[in-house]
Design a protein around this ligand. Structure first.
Ligand SMILES: *Cc1c(COP(=O)(O)O)cnc(C)c1O
Length: 437
């Protein structure tokens, strides 16, 4: 496959596709500690691994812009909830922005310790654990927790309970998992998660993929990984790409971008390497207060994702996990965002907004109401512009009385009127202009 070169995406290859997420050349050099680090080093995942920021002291050295108070918080919080940030992910922070969305996702804050009321495992994954590390909740699919390690620990992690605890060695329970799946042939789809499965040593990942793909009843293996966001250069590794290619008939990748600033040329190249193998890439975003709880930010994120051929799959409402309450916003904020997406931007860029039911009820989709009213032979709907239409839900021929007086929605329910247009809509204005010619 050849080591992809950063900036190899020259406009000569395809003048129409000039890449739009080019970050500044040598952007990491504005961090003093890395000012002598070459591009070859910084874009090598092994260099990133050996320079992972895993203690407050390393963080303060790399990121000297924290206030004394912030530093104190980092020291206190990381004793309870460990700190881990890849140099690459840290380098995407704008040091001048106190509330930078990437900073908020990876640098500990005192709010984490203030939240003592929420539960550690709100989705009761441990109750649905049928064999160690395998959560079987839905009829035909199951979730495999392969490791508790990630290339960066997100402060809002829904499995905050397993970070920094005795290492989860999902590979050691692989045989039991295979036995369970052979006896439960209704399971066709395995979510390979963690932690982050793309941080596993290649030989462990190979073992998992080869054992699972050898089971007749398994059709789909989904990798749930944030590596394209936090350590994209891992996906420049030839050995890993060859391994993924070997199982590409079954593989899907579900990644996790939360903010447009995370989409860089490096992450784009990583995604491209995966797509080249015939592995579709989807995205799961978490709605996070102060990070992406904004219609404009979310539009930009979703549209940027489809530009790099990543299909928005889910927008998750943030779970009530202990230590992450400060990231939770309201359901109505989520609904407002969905209102701002559907119809306004490409349908390819619109995810499904879901709430994970506490206690293990699974994912429940929620969306703004598009049904306004119903009668026996009419359903009244509204569109994204606020126009209201009367629709025949029965498939039967409908009758319409002429010269009826308009009485409101009831007239649409009776079938006397077809619609109420939103006069402020651009589309209606366009139509009016057109009818003047
Ligand atoms: C989310 C999840 C899945 C996958 O659900 P989909 O809706 O198919 O994406 C499977 N098992 C568990 C336990 C999950 O939480």
């Amino acid at each position: 496959m050849g080591q992809p070169q950063i900036s190899s995406l020259s406009s000569e290859q395809n003048p129409k596709k000039e890449f739009k997420y080019r970050i500044e050349d040598n952007w990491w050099k504005k961090f003093n500690i890395w000012k002598n680090v070459s591009k070859e080093e910084f874009l090598d995942w092994r260099w990133q691994y050996t320079h992972l920021i895993n203690s407050p002291w390393k963080l303060f050295e790399a990121f000297p812009w924290l206030s004394e108070e912030e530093k104190k918080e980092v020291v206190e919080v990381s004793k309870i909830y460990p700190l881990l940030i890849s140099p690459y992910y840290l380098s995407l922070i704008d040091p001048n922005d106190k509330l930078d969305p990437i900073k908020m996702q990876c640098i500990p804050s005192k709010e984490e310790l203030l939240d003592v009321a929420s539960t550690e495992d709100p989705l009761a994954e441990e109750s649905d654990e049928v064999v160690p590390n395998l959560v079987h909740r839905y009829p035909d699919r199951a979730l495999y927790i392969t490791t508790n390690f990630c290339a960066t620990y997100c402060r809002f992690c829904t499995r905050k309970r397993i970070l920094g605890k005795a290492t989860v060695t999902g590979v050691s329970s692989l045989q039991k998992i295979v036995d369970y799946l052979k006896q439960n042939k209704q399971v066709h789809d395995i979510v390979i998660s963690g932690g982050d499965p793309l941080t596993l040593p290649n030989k462990d990942l190979e073992k998992i993929l080869s054992e699972l793909s050898a089971i007749d009843s398994i059709d789909t293996l989904r990798l749930g990984s944030r590596v394209p966001v936090t350590l994209p250069m891992k996906l420049f590794d030839e050995e890993l790409l060859e391994l993924l290619e070997k199982y590409s008939d079954l593989l899907w990748l579900n990644t996790h971008f939360n903010h447009p600033n995370e989409i860089t040329e490096v992450s784009y190249l990583a995604i491209k390497n995966v797509l080249k193998l015939g592995i579709p890439v989807n995205n799961q975003t978490v709605l996070l207060k102060g990070v992406n709880d904004d219609v404009e930010v979310m539009r930009k994120l979703m549209l940027s994702l489809i530009k790099i051929k990543v299909r928005p799959y889910y927008l998750f409402h943030c779970d009530p996990t202990r230590g992450i309450r400060h990231f939770r916003t309201t359901i109505w904020k989520g609904l407002e965002i969905m209102e701002g997406l559907r119809g306004h931007i490409s349908g390819l860029a619109v995810p499904t907004y879901v709430v994970d039911a506490p206690g293990g009820g699974g994912k429940i989709p929620i969306m703004p109401n598009y049904i306004i009213s119903m009668s026996e032979d009419r359903i009244v709907l509204r569109n994204f512009e606020g126009s209201i239409v009367s629709y025949d839900p029965t498939g039967k021929a409908s009758t319409k009385e002429e010269n009826q007086k308009f009485e409101g929605i009831i007239s649409l329910l009776k079938g006397d009127f077809d619609k109420i247009d939103s006069l402020d809509s651009e589309r209606i204005k366009r139509r009016e202009k057109r009818s003047r010619y």
